[in-house]
Design a protein. Sequence first.
Length: 452
Amino acid sequence: MTLDTQSIALLGETLETLELSFECLPGFDPHVDIEALRSTLVEVAVRMRDNYPYPHPMYIGHMMKPPHPVARMAYILSLWINPNNHALDGGPCSSAMEKETVAELARMFEWQTHLGHLCGGGTMANLEALWISKCLDPNKKIIASEQAHFTHSRICGVLGIPFQSAPCDKAARMDLDALESILRKGDVGTVVVTMGSTATGSVDLLPEIIAFQDRFGFRIHADAAYGGYFTLVDNLRPETRAAFDRLRDVDSVVVDPHKHGLQPYGCGCVIFKDSSCARFYKHDSPYTYLTSQELHLGEISLECSRSGAAAVALWATMRMFPLVRGGEFATNLAKSRDAALRLFDLLTGDPRFMIGFAPELDIVVWAPKGNSASGVSRLTEELFQRAAAANLHMAKANLPRYILKRHWPDLEWDQEYITCLRVCLMKPEHLDWIDRIWTALNQAMNNVAAES
């Protein structure tokens, strides 16, 4: 069975506990048309069958990690209240839970003081971080690598901030020489450091960029939406470990609990090291901030209405799986990286495949061997389709010539990019399933070769 059905039995039991909070009120029996509800839910279930098998270990495509049962059940349970974490009046308990979880996330980066909150995802979180950058340096550029998420250039367009992308090195990280050349012009306000790019999982060289900060004076924003939780694992290569160890020295950080944090969509988080950034959010809402002198989360967020359910789910998950090195959460995340290393070793030993850079986190990128960039891209598409037909679901990424030609110098470059295969081994179960994944991949490649 792919879908967990055991945890749903706990819902009735926990609802009885929640119901006790209303026992002092006059009786009220909400009417529910059970038959109409059943009919509609069955129709929903049928429609939802038109999906990829995201929870299954044979899905290794996009960044789709199923929420843990504790997150799913806590989220559902909270929906009977449906709290709104804008003002304390709309969600006092869930607001307290949010403050506690954000403090724990900040401590994961060794921050004892901070300003932060949950939001709808990495895009909104990065928007707030870059908005603060504009408030502090209104006429200066934002710099991110060419492999940084496209949301940064888009956000800068929305906010009216000058943006420039920096080329990457052969490991798809921001090229330090190119960055230094840009910084020498003196018009950079913030450098976005990507801690796990979405295409390749590459981690920018944060210690070296911090050294540039000492010379050129700019803010550093860490986009750790994908990779942030990897700071807890013990099996990173030394260069990557060194980058994560310096996250304590950046000015702001974004992490997405709905990626590796076992949460439902959407749950992102933005955290500022300097709590005085709250002055830029300052506003008054005379019809919402009435019943408490404590901090209302709407006072430090660009979003107004926000899901309290997301905070409840994250709080419950972190209660069950504390964010500590050596703990169960960190151990399971380390298995994802081990799975990526195991798959990379298998690919490296197979002459039918071309390998570029080794994985830094749990994302692996490779391509079938060919003679030209267009030929490799065509084989990639064929292998992608063949694997999907065998229930092995992968993803693809277009990577530029200037990065890959340093790995594949003998290739005929008849186009400026190559379509590569890209997989995210996000589930700890992937480590146990690598042999079955490899068997399916091997058979799909044999089928492609037989038709070529």
